[in-house]
Ligand binder design. Structure first.
Ligand code: THG
Length: 266
């Protein structure tokens, strides 16, 4: 399981305020804290905090302040590709572009950048018409992305297909379709692409007393279906423990009594 820490996102008020005030401290606090929690990558998303024309400069600033305190590689989470490219130029380690959908013009721009900067890519199972419910349509979008990535020479281990999980409180029927998509994506090519979800989406706007349970339960179900990585709360220790335990129970890692400690030391 590869953990992408989700917390440096302008939708959180402390990060949104820090982005507007150019205050590095909250970003640096969460960079270090997520690394301690078990994150392997840090997702950086300016969210709506920054107007479009200032996003490239904001991304340069975010990448620089995070890299001052933390060695983890970065996931640049934006639909503004000028902002992503500005960030990629500054990344010290190979980054991941999050994200592109199955639209040909966008894929051309993103896969060209990925090859130029040695970056990975998150490919979303949707197009300009939106997110389909049916797993067959999601998989068809995944196949277009896999074929295009392969045409550019991107290794499948650098492609992360995201079936797109939605909040269960308003889109309950999507969860099962996402699980089926994860299973089928692993049959599209050999080697198969990697898979990722924005796990916390599933519990968004559900009551506080059940959000952690939803996230932990869906993570276990999704890993069993073929999930390799998740943008998630790296500071929910029980959730990170679930991630470690799925690896043991699926036989991806060899059991030792100390497997939780081993997982966190990686
Ligand atoms: N796929 C891909 N990238 C993504 C997503 C995805 N990036 C963004 C998002 N989805 C993943 N990141 C988050 C971050 C926070 C929340 C959900 C997803 C979130 N947080 C709190 C909550 O549970 O309500 C509260 C935020 C607040 O305090 O305002 O919902 O799906 N490729």
């Amino acid at each position: 399981m590869i953990i992408f820490g989700e917390r440096i996102n302008g939708m959180y008020t402390d990060i949104g305020d820090a982005l507007r005030a150019k205050d590095p401290k909250p970003l640096q606090y969460w960079a270090t804290k997520q690394e301690e929690g078990g994150a392997h990558y840090l997702d950086l998303n300016s969210g709506p905090a920054i107007p479009k024309e200032e996003r490239a400069a904001a991304y340069e600033w975010m990448v620089n302040v995070v890299q001052e305190v933390c060695e983890l590689p970065l996931v640049l989470d934006s639909t503004n590709y000028d902002a992503i490219e500005a960030g990629l130029k500054l990344c010290k380690r190979p980054a991941i572009i999050n994200s592109v959908d199955a639209e040909p013009d966008k894929m051309d721009r993103v896969f060209t950048m990925a090859m130029q900067y040695n970056a990975g890519v998150v490919g979303l199972c949707m197009n300009k018409k939106g997110i389909p419910l049916d797993h067959d349509l999601r998989v068809a979008f995944a196949m277009e992305i896999v074929a295009t990535a392969d045409g550019y020479g991107l290794p499948m281990e650098d492609l992360y297909i995201d079936p797109l999980i939605l909040p269960v409180n308003v889109a309950q029927e999507h969860a099962l379709q996402v699980l089926e998509t994860l299973r089928l994506v692993k049959t599209l090519s050999n080697p198969a692409p990697r898979t990722v979800i924005g796990l916390t989406n599933v519990s968004q706007k559900s009551p506080n007393n059940i959000t952690n349970l939803l996230n932990r339960t869906f993570l276990a179900m999704a890993v069993s279906a073929g999930l390799d990585s998740a943008i998630m709360n790296a500071n929910d220790d029980d959730l990170v423990d679930v991630a470690a335990t799925t690896e043991i129970l699926l036989g991806h890692k060899i059991y030792a009594d100390s497997y939780l400690k081993v997982f966190r030391a990686r």
